[in-house]
Design a protein around this ligand. Structure first.
Ligand code: AMP
Ligand code: MG
Length: 481
């Protein structure tokens, strides 16, 4: 059960004590057995439904709503906070790591503003499927323990069943959490937050050293780069990279309007409200850097009493982002085409490939899988021909040979880096539509099983590999609540 309440214990400047609402008819819709075991939770069905709907309090909980601010689409909102989420506390998992347990959709809190504190079944299931798919793809992410329906119907565009989703995160400390205290000039609280963040996510930094703020910034950059590069590897478009959705743990959070890239185009945006393409697929690294700059601003006064001197110390760290990112990105793309590392020739190759994929409107996921297959199956050359990249293919083969990389080795590296299946948008939508209608879990479970092994073809994998009939050109996502 809950073993500590580190965040709640920081006091009510950081989070407000507030109890989840008690639903009348909670029922388990999705339960993540492996994760539950990992968290040391061995429960009866009745306990699962009771504890993770808010009907009963998990022993040891101190339920709180966290305070935070955030830059949303570039505009600062000083007062956000958990408007429909309750942090219960932390448990220690089987890897001895502290994990926070948070209910979402569990009722109103002091930060609810005009919201009802509830979550619809579709966004709850979307978060469960997407986060589990990302986890299996090897991408840092918050995870979902469960989705429990509450028996209640709530109003969204239409009436829809309500659900409580339980989220597990290394912590829920966001860039927006720092901004909340910076906006109120609360330096002591920022320092407290820095120390907690270091203890939880950057334990190698010495908390007693004045350089800790700069070290933290530098390591936050590393973690964010690792995150964004892994998104770019599989074609993940977050869709709402606001500072309140940027975790210091370096995990993906908020699966509201996210989507997977179909046809390769860096300008791809699926979110209905992202009119200017701020959060487009190819702009995600720029935004991560922008978000870290907002974090840096919160730390300035702790770094140095003299603001200009603090800025002079911070700028070189922030400016290291593009070079570090490009290095990590090139490395990742090299692996996607079978090379151990990204040197000049390999970089030219992957850049050319991306420009051809853009020109000929090729599917991001399928193209890499087809390239990989062409290394071992002669008949797949016809497919490559269809892709209109035959000249590139020759160049690629030539460079592999020149680099002394065998087809077997290239194939293996590609197989480890190119998923054969991703949670494609049209499959997600079909499943969400179904579950809203009849609460049946069979289609979700079949999909989740395939998504659990995204680098291995199983019997059922081909059922989910198809591209949307319109290539997702008309697909739109919404900030689901
Ligand atoms: P999100 O889009 O989930 O990141 O939410 C942005 C902000 O709106 C956060 O402060 C949420 O807590 C709040 N919020 C979203 N939906 C609701 C809701 N149904 N009731 C109360 N607050 C909400
Ligand atoms: Mg959010």
């Amino acid at each position: 059960m809950i073993t500590s309440n580190q965040y709640a214990d920081l006091g009510d400047l950081f989070s407000r004590f507030t109890k989840p609402e008690k639903p009348k008819l909670p029922q388990v819709l999705l339960w993540n057995n492996i994760l539950a075991t990992d968290l040391g939770l061995d429960l009866s069905d009745e306990q699962k439904a009771g504890y993770f709907s808010g009907q009963q309090l998990l022993p040891g909980s101190k339920p709180t709503a966290m305070a935070y601010s955030g830059h949303q689409f570039g505009h600062f909102n000083p007062q956000l906070g958990d408007g429909r989420a309750h942090l219960l506390g932390e448990v220690i998992d089987t890897h001895k790591k502290l994990q926070e347990i948070q209910l979402k959709g569990s009722g109103r809190t002091p930060f609810s503003r005009n919201g009802d504190g509830k979550c619809g079944i579709k966004p709850a299931v979307r978060e469960y499927i997407m986060s589990e798919a990302m986890y299996a793809l090897g991408i840092p992410t918050t995870r979902c323990l469960s989705v429990i329906t509450t028996g209640e119907s709530i109003h969204r565009q239409t009436q829809t069943p309500a659900a409580v989703v339980t989220r597990i995160a290394g912590s829920h400390i966001r860039v927006g959490t720092f901004e909340y205290f910076a906006a109120r000039s609360m330096q002591t609280e920022i320092e407290t937050l820095v120390d907690l963040t270091i203890a939880r996510h950057y334990p190698k930094i010495d908390k007693n050293c004045q350089s800790k703020y700069l070290k933290l910034l530098s390591q936050v950059i590393d973690k964010q780069i690792n995150l964004i590069v892994s998104w770019m590897r599989v074609g993940f478009i977050h869709g709402v990279m606001n500072t309140d959705n940027t975790l210091l743990s370096g995990q993906t959070i908020d699966y509201g309007p996210c989507a997977m890239l179909g046809v390769y185009d860096p300008a791809t945006v699926y979110s209905s409200i992202d009119n200017n393409g701020r959060y487009a697929f190819g702009n995600q690294a720029n935004i991560a850097q922008w978000n870290i700059a907002r974090l840096a601003e919160c730390l300035l006064r702790l770094i140095h009493d003299d603001e200009q001197q603090a800025i002079d110390l911070v700028i070189p760290i922030l400016e290291s982002f593009p070079e570090k990112y490009n290095h990590a990105f090139n490395q990742m793309m090299a692996n996607k085409i079978g090379f151990d590392e990204g040197h000049v020739e390999v970089n030219k190759l992957h850049q050319k490939l991306l420009s051809l994929m853009f020109k000929h409107q090729l599917d991001y996921t399928q193209t890499f899988v087809q390239l990989q297959q062409s290394l071992i199956a002669a008949e797949s050359h016809a497919e490559i021909n269809n892709l209109k990249i035959i000249e590139w293919h020759k160049m690629w083969q030539y460079t592999l040979k020149e680099s002394n990389i065998s087809h077997e080795n290239a194939y293996q590296l590609m197989a480890n880096n190119n998923p054969v299946v991703i949670p494609r948008n049209h499959h997600i939508e079909k499943i969400l539509h179904q579950v809203e209608g009849d609460l049946s879990t069979k289609p979700m479970e079949a999909f989740l099983t395939v998504l659990q092994t995204p680098y291995v073809i199983t019997k059922a994998t081909p059922l989910y590999q198809d591209i949307a009939p319109d290539g997702d050109l008309n697909y739109q996502t919404f900030c689901g609540t």
